[in-house]
Design a protein around this ligand. Structure first.
Ligand code: KG4
Ligand code: ZN
Length: 352
């Protein structure tokens, strides 16, 4: 692997593929430098179903893959033969969607004769911040909040040591945003719509419950399904009374409840363990209120906060390339091309 590091005197050039859900992402990084991040999304094809339809997503990945790779190479100003190593999301995610990315990455790796690293999607959401803000301090606490996951992770080494400290016991944070948006008829995906609408509402208008914050509750786990039900009951009561629904106030108050619990528990994890750096990643990290509240609370607790730009928080190929680059730089072995992508992959299994 050492020759990958030294060839041309510059860091290795990595091509990364992401297809775990509905975005076909292809990213190119050189070491810690982001060169391209091209995305083709099938989100519009799922909107009328109110959620991602796995077979539709797989088909869309198949159609988008080659053109997205070509756009990324053009954006980076490199050719396929300049690539030193490849990386691909090996899991977790939708089985069929992952399969398309894994098959494509294997085919490109074989065609150019370069090593392929199958990586964990969740670890990649954390690693992407390296191309935004430089090397991750060790240890860093990570709050990973997406459509499928909500976890507090202690990252002692992004290539080899991630320890889950807490996770949702029911809905993921993004899933709660999507379900509440559906209830409020705001379309899919719901997070961005609630984020926008909440700016016009009063976040203190309705006191929605903060899940798992009682004295006997698991201190670092999350629960959002009770909150979702509370919003549904509140809206139903208004409807029964024949009163108008103050949609912006509901959106703002719901968002406040989610963000309050996410930041409170994550900062608690940092202070209890003496971790001075916090990184937030995953689609929900694009949320403007989460970013603002996390910054306020980190400032108060003396914690340095890192959150990548919104386009690097939602699923993308750059995050996969960024993690691949770290594995290559550590001289770790690539994956056997016989690997199978897997829909279930615990976060501490950083590579396959
Ligand atoms: O990380 P991601 O792109 O895909 C998964 O791995 O799940 O996250 C998608 C999730 C969706 O649930 C979406 O509603 C949510 O991230 N999301 C947001 C925002 N932008 C995306 N949630 C709250 N506020 C946002 N601005
Ligand atoms: Zn994701």
């Amino acid at each position: 692997m050492a020759e990958l590091l030294t060839r041309g005197g510059s860091a290795p050039l990595i091509l990364g593929f992401e297809t775990s859900c509905d975005e076909t992402g292809v990213g190119i990084v050189r070491g810690e430098q982001l060169l391209a991040n091209e995305i083709a999304s099938s989100v519009d094809q799922h909107a009328r179903f109110g959620g991602v339809v796995p077979e539709v997503a797989s088909r869309a990945h198949l159609e988008a893959m080659v053109p997205t790779v070509q756009r990324a190479l053009k954006q980076a100003g490199v050719t396929l033969h300049d690539i030193d190593a490849l990386s691909v999301t090996g899991g977790p995610g939708l089985a069929g969607a992952l399969l398309v990315g894994a098959a494509a990455a294997k085919a490109y790796a074989l065609a150019i004769g370069k090593p392929l690293y199958a990586v964990n999607h969740l670890a990649a959401h954390v690693a992407v911040d390296i191309v935004e803000h430089g090397p991750l301090p060790e240890p860093t606490m990570a709050l990973l909040v997406s459509g499928g996951h909500s976890s507090i992770l202690q990252v002692d080494d992004i290539t080899s040591s991630i320890t889950p400290l807490g996770a949702t016991i029911d809905d993921a944070a993004g899933e709660a945003f999507d379900k509440v948006a559906r209830l409020l008829q705001l379309g899919f995906p719901g997070g961005p719509a609630i984020d926008r609408l909440a700016t016009q509402g009063d976040s203190a208008a309705i006191g929605f419950p903060r899940g798992l914050t009682g004295p006997g509750d698991a201190p670092l786990d999350f629960s959002f399904s009770g909150l979702k039900t509370a919003v549904a009951r509140w809206v139903e009561a208004k409807q029964r009374a024949g009163e108008p629904i103050p949609v912006a106030d509901v959106a703002a108050s719901f968002q406040e409840a989610v963000v309050d619990v996410l930041t409170m528990k994550t900062i608690k994890a940092c202070t209890e363990r003496g971790v001075e750096h916090l990184q937030i990643g995953g689609g929900v990290a694009a949320n403007s209120r989460l970013r603002a509240m996390a910054q306020e609370r980190c400032d108060r607790a003396g914690i340095t906060l890192r959150v990548p730009r919104a386009g690097l928080c939602t699923d993308n190929g750059a995050m996969v390339a960024a993690l691949g680059a770290q594995l290559v730089e550590r001289g770790l072995a690539p994956s056997d091309l016989a690997f199978s992508a897997t829909s279930y992959l615990p976060v501490d299994e950083i590579r396959l």
